[in-house]
Ligand binder design. Structure first.
Ligand code: CIZ
Ligand code: SF4
Length: 327
């Protein structure tokens, strides 16, 4: 009996050592391949920590795509989901762009197709379309201007129009509406399944145990969570806010990668997650170090992100207009 209780910890330690050795070997293989290919690795804050830790840059999809465009890399490996790699390709048309794992898609981005948007626009002739960056290049190409969760409110204000169509996230749209009441926001009914798994009662329960905790929420969360938030913003803004804050306890209402990253960034602070179901985006966790190694090793031409030029040109315009109205 005593032996049985002693054995599992030993196996655990061996397992951890093996995993550490395997990760170390993959890190080395990736570093060599990265140099050979003159590649830059980008990781979204929702990615696994080991993926974030091998990346040259970590952040949100637009910020990462902008940073990569300024490098002289020949190859971009984007550890994130498909629309993010498309954004990187739009801003770096001369570079070869690959997803860390080609199967990583975003269910929210897939909730509106180009055809859906054409029909939506036909119902509201002349009303400009504001597309969240979480959209396919095809949907961006049918839109007037893009926005991120960080700049959405300012982009909409700068448009100075009475009505907008907002796609695909109804929750970001409702947030914009609350901040810019003078504009009528007509939204598409898309949503992020991961952000909607966070429940207000879990935030309330955590607040009972940690009344001093600061609540940080992503606009993709449902209204009751945002109503409780001390800060609402993009992943990058949430991270900056938590790092700079004097506060020691935070309830992080966004995908769990951000909480994990913050726990690594600030070991002296406590980061809690408000969900019993765990706010993990399965698509964001698809990329493993093996996938990055294989992508860099093979540079498989059929896996390259390829956007037809007529679509790319129109989609690029919507990103350019966003940057023009809001840096
Ligand atoms: O575009 C991004 O990076 C997303 C989806 C989230 C965020 O707020 O950074
Ligand atoms: Fe899409 Fe939500 Fe996953 Fe982000 S967290 S990639 S919006 S499903």
């Amino acid at each position: 009996m005593a032996l049985q209780t002693l054995n599992p910890p030993l196996t655990d330690i061996e397992g951890k050592l093996n995993r550490q050795q395997r990760l170390q070997q993959l890190y080395e293989e990736i570093s060599v391949l990265k140099r050979e290919r003159n590649a830059v690795i980008l990781a979204h804050l929702y990615e696994r920590l080991e993926v974030q830790n091998i990346a040259d840059h970590v952040g949100d999809s637009l910020g990462l795509s902008q940073v990569a465009a300024k490098t002289d890399a020949d190859v971009i490996v984007f550890c994130g989901v498909h629309f993010m790699a498309e954004t990187a390709k739009l801003l770096s048309p001369q570079k070869k762009v690959f997803l860390g794992n080609r199967n990583a898609g975003c269910p929210m981005a897939d909730m509106i197709t180009r055809e859906d948007l054409i029909d939506f626009k036909a119902q509201y002739p002349g009303v400009p379309v504001v597309a969240y960056v979480n959209t396919t290049a095809e949907v961006k190409a049918e839109s007037d201007v893009c926005c991120t969760s960080a700049n959405a409110v300012n982009v909409v204000r700068a448009l100075n129009v009475p009505r907008i169509l907002c796609v695909p996230d109804q929750h970001l749209a409702k947030y914009i509406q609350s901040q810019v009441p003078e504009v009528e926001v007509i939204w598409w009914n898309g949503f992020c399944p991961t952000h909607l798994r966070m429940l207000p009662e879990d935030v309330i329960a955590l607040k009972k145990d940690y009344p001093e905790a600061m609540v940080l929420a992503h606009p993709e969360c449902d209204d009751p969570i945002k109503d409780m938030a001390d800060f609402i913003g993009s992943t990058t803004k949430i991270r900056e806010t938590a790092i700079q804050s004097q506060n020691k306890v935070f309830i992080v209402c966004t995908e769990d990668g951000v909480r994990q990253r913050l726990s690594q960034d600030c070991p002296d602070k406590l980061f809690l997650t408000p969900t019993r179901a765990c706010a993990v985006c399965p698509n964001m966790k698809l990329t493993r170090l093996e996938n990055i190694r294989n992508t860099l090793r093979d540079l498989e031409p059929t896996e390259e992100i390829d956007i037809p030029e007529d679509i790319a040109a129109k989609a690029r315009k919507t990103l350019a207009l966003m940057m023009a109205v809001h840096g």
